[in-house]
Design a protein around this ligand. Structure first.
Ligand code: FCB
Length: 466
């Protein structure tokens, strides 16, 4: 069976500002919550920070040239809010916008489609100091920032994403505290989730006002693939609860204009949700042009009394569960092989997700805006980096994506996480997700064998046999 992809299918790679840019103190940029968090002892492995990262801020032209050599069609990057609007208020700093204008111009000059994400977790610290995402005002700040970026780049960027994985912002940032700003307050995490939904809608409204009609608006979610350990009612109910807190807390308002009743009931002991004001849900329910899906691994849960310590917050084990109101649910290691993150490898989860949204919102085009794996990749004696495990991971997931296409899913593109090794949040530089290897002391870029393999897939628009 051949695995041909539809004409025009976008083959891309993804990064995020704090993970790659560095230049943390240049051009008027002020600290984001990740600068503060990373500088707090004990929060990030090895005390690593994004101060230098992979120096993408100074090397973006070279990095774009590398993408072009690899024949990639698209690049998903994020804009650093504190670089373009330091402190999160007031006018834009032109030097910050210049960087993104140059980056986009370089991409377009090489025929690479930019996909711009407005928020990949780097809230200006000053906005956290005035309450952060649990505070309603932050949503209005975000819409103002969105307008600034829309006005600056709307003439040359067509694919716009408001938020990346708001689940992580809300529940890892304010619930388990393994991400910036490191708060551990379950009610704050639910408030944050709502204000992120509101922020998305307000930003989408602002962008529609300033962007040309051809612009396409979306959001990138990390919907969970939750499996129950057995068919016992308690396990099935655990699956339902985690699905509500992981996925439907966002897709409810964004795709259907309402929070799910079961979510409201499950969390009633924590909050009455009075922070949801009249009109908020209509704003959050702004019509989208596409949905971005990030997928890495499934979760396996049970609802009995054999509680395991919370795990699978995805990005480091905190002292508190990120599952606000569902802390009693046990997470288990799914069977099978794992990546260096400990995440089990299961391409069928990607297929299941694509089919789920195909059925839930049949007319909404989908993009896989992140998928990939961390492995311990090091150069051999000749300097080459061979990463057959990543090739196998990508092959499996692209075959799953192809199967979904064959079953009628309107999937428009795939963005490999990540273009290059980078700052992996609370794991610092210890986890390598890149198709391109980074030697951090010298910042040398070496495409791994997976980069060449992926380039071949992109060029042929076809997946070779395994
Ligand atoms: C996702 C994040 C991305 C990266 C990958 C491994 O949740 O969006 O920045 O950390 O996981």
């Amino acid at each position: 069976m051949t695995h041909r992809f539809p004409p025009g299918f976008l083959w891309g790679s993804a990064t995020a500002a704090y993970q790659v840019e560095g230049a943390a103190r240049e051009g008027g940029r002020t600290p984001s919550i990740w600068d503060t968090f990373a500088r707090t002892p004990g929060k990030v492995l090895g005390g690593d920070t994004g101060d230098t990262a992979v120096d993408h801020f100074h090397r973006s032209t070279q990095d774009v040239a590398l993408m072009a050599e690899l024949g990639l069609d698209a690049y998903r990057f994020s804009v650093s809010w504190p670089r373009v609007q330091p402190t999160g208020r007031g006018p834009a700093v032109q030097r910050g916008l210049d960087f993104y204008q140059r980056l986009v111009d370089d991409l377009l000059a090489r025929g690479i489609t930019p996909m711009l994400t407005l928020y990949h977790w780097d809230l200006p610290q000053e906005l956290e100091d005035t309450g952060g995402w649990p505070q309603r005002e932050t949503a209005y700040r975000f819409a103002e920032y969105a307008r600034i970026v829309g006005e600056a780049l709307g003439d040359r960027v067509e694919l716009w994403t408001t938020l990346n994985e708001p689940w992580c912002s809300a529940f890892l940032g304010y619930g388990s505290g393994v991400h910036a700003p490191g708060r551990t307050d379950p009610v704050a995490s639910l408030r944050a989730a709502h204000h992120l939904n509101l922020a998305h809608g307000l930003a989408a409204d602002a962008l529609r006002e300033v962007l040309p009609a051809r612009a396409r608006l979306m959001i990138s979610l990390n919907p969970a693939v939750v499996r129950a350990r057995s068919d016992a009612p308690a396990d099935l109910d655990a699956r339902r609860q985690i699905d509500a807190l992981a996925t439907r807390i966002f897709t409810g308002p964004l795709l259907h204009g309402a929070y799910p009743d079961d979510l409201l009931a499950d969390t009633a002991p924590l909050t009455d949700w009075a922070f949801v004001q009249d009109g908020d849900l209509a704003i959050a329910h702004h019509p989208l042009d596409a949905l971005g899906i990030n997928y890495y691994t499934p979760s396996l849960v049970s609802g009995g009394t054999d509680n395991a310590p919370p795990r699978h917050d995805g990005h480091g084990a905190g002292t508190r569960s990120p599952w606000s109101g569902a802390e009693h649910i046990a997470f288990h290691q799914p069977p099978g092989e794992r990546t260096e993150m400990g995440w089990s490898i299961d391409p069928s989860g990607l297929y299941d997700l694509l089919l789920r949204f195909h059925h839930e919102v049949p007319d909404l085009p989908l993009y896989i805006t992140e998928n990939g794996a961390a492995f311990d990749d090091e150069p051999d004696a000749s300097g080459a980096v061979h990463d057959p495990a990543r090739i196998a991971y990508l092959h499996g997931h692209l075959a799953a994506a192809h199967r979904a296409l064959a079953d009628g899913v309107d999937l428009r593109g795939y963005f490999l996480w990540s273009l290059m090794d980078n700052f992996e949040w609370s794991y610092g530089y210890s986890k390598r997700f890149g198709a391109v290897h980074i030697d951090y002391p010298t910042q040398t870029r070496t495409p791994k064998s997976s980069a060449h393999w992926y380039a071949g897939v992109a060029r042929a628009n076809e997946l070779p046999d395994a």
